[in-house]
Design a binder for this molecule. Structure first.
Ligand code: SF4
Length: 422
């Protein structure tokens, strides 16, 4: 049977573009309109064939896999639950419930991307906005340590650089665009101005911008490799724009000084509001990594790196973040949800993950699944499962089911595991 589903949300990246059209023949997706190449891959490469769970690499019945997972978690003294950023918020909530039930540490991929953003937000607040406001109003854009031209392919046309909105009817012509980064990128080539900072100098450059906003004069000609004259020009544009927005990425969060960089940018943006309307937005990578922060925050009070070992939530990045837990061999079992730390974690952390019994929930193959004790094949939210994800500006967006394979979702599998460990 042929189906055409309109207003489909792409679940791949933090843009959550919700204007796609997907055509399918039964469970085979034939065509996707408007998605970028990354989004096309999510739908067109999806393997809808039915799969059964695995225990030690052998196919088993669902109840046997659930029983094995429950047995591993019941025997563990220090279980870790990790991933979540490519799952739906309904399942993220169930993962927190499982962590609470078994006294686990729960962490998301935020701890290796925008964790410092969460810490800065707690320290100084976040003057934020929605992507709709950016499209409709922003006449000055500053991209700091991010390269959406390569990482978020429809960000420029839908929301920022070339997007046309109520007060920006001419799109690109109505905007001045700065890129600040340690090297030229595809985004810097499309900007009006590129400020190349020395590696590790973001904090000094941001502090100098704050100094200049306050009308003070630095005693040097160059800061972090950038001439002060160029910084003065940027400050003048920031103070005189109608509506400015700064987008910041992992070039800032994972550079030396981490959350201090982000706190300095957030403070700069807050101070600019004495002169012009100005906001800041983190460029979030995975489709629902923002949802992981949201769900953990409303259920535990903290956005990531939360331990339930004492029966109540404790927050300690560096102690309860997954890389640190694994690298110091503090976890003795793991549940990995829609993520592949086996492919992306530092060697010491990935090696410990291979030593401990691991339970994986994912819709596709992964390095971590290849050595997991239990693997649950799941539906993919936004493809064969419906759910909710949070866009990078914290707006919740519905994910549609565009084909029906009958696969269980992360949420349903976690429900079964919670029931079994109880
Ligand atoms: S920009 Fe992101 S959400 Fe939009 S279509 Fe591409 S991958 Fe999907």
């Amino acid at each position: 049977m042929s189906t055409v589903v309109e207003h489909v949300t792409c679940p791949f990246c933090g843009c959550l573009c919700d204007d796609l059209t997907v055509e399918a023949e039964g469970v085979e997706i034939r065509k996707v309109r408007l998605a970028c190449s990354s989004g096309q891959g999510i739908f067109m490469d999806y393997d809808p064939r039915p799969r059964r769970p695995l225990v030690d690499g052998r196919e088993v019945e669902w109840e046997n896999a659930v029983a094995e997972a429950a047995s591993i978690l019941s025997a563990a003294d220090s279980p870790l639950i990790y991933g979540l950023s490519s799952s739906a918020s309904e399942a993220q909530r169930k993962a927190v419930a499982l962590a609470d039930r078994i006294g686990a540490v729960i962490d998301s991929t935020s701890s290796v991307c925008h964790g410092p953003t969460g810490l800065a937000m707690q320290a100084v607040g976040e003057p934020t906005c929605t992507l709709g406001e950016v499209r409709d109003r922003a006449d000055l854009l500053v991209f700091w340590g991010c390269n959406p031209d390569a990482s978020h392919l429809r960000h420029f046309p839908r929301f920022s650089l070339t997007a046309k909105g109520a007060l920006t009817p001419n799109g690109r012509a109505d905007r001045t665009v700065y890129v600040v980064d340690v090297r030229p990128t595809g985004s810097s080539k499309k900007a009006d101005h590129f400020l190349q900072v020395d590696v590790g100098s973001d904090f000094e450059v941001l502090t100098t911008l704050r100094l200049l906003v306050k009308g003070k004069e630095p005693s040097v000609d160059t800061v972090g490799g950038v001439p002060v004259a160029q910084l003065k020009e940027l400050v003048e544009r920031m103070k005189s724009c109608r509506y400015g927005v700064a987008f910041m990425g992992m070039g800032l969060t994972m550079a030396p000084a981490r959350q201090l960089n982000v706190a300095e940018l957030f403070t700069l943006v807050a101070e600019l509001n004495e002169f012009a309307k100005f906001s800041v937005l983190p460029m979030r990578g995975h489709g629902n990594v923002t949802g992981a922060d949201q769900v953990l925050s409303w259920t535990t009070g903290y956005p990531f790196a939360v331990s339930f070992a004492r029966g109540y939530p404790q927050f300690s990045p560096g102690e309860f973040s997954a890389v640190d837990m694994l690298a110091r061999r503090a976890a003795d079992a793991a549940v990995i949800i829609a993520s592949d730390p086996g492919a992306h974690f530092p060697a010491a952390a990935a090696a410990h993950l291979e030593r401990i019994p691991t339970i994986v929930l994912d819709h596709g193959p992964s390095v971590v699944a290849s050595h997991a004790r239990v693997v649950f094949p799941t539906a993919a939210y936004g493809v064969d499962a419906a759910g909710t994800a949070y866009r990078m500006d914290n707006v919740p967006i519905p994910l549609k089911r565009v084909i029906s394979t009958g696969r269980l979702t992360d949420e349903e599998i976690l429900d079964r595991i919670i029931e079994a460990v109880a």
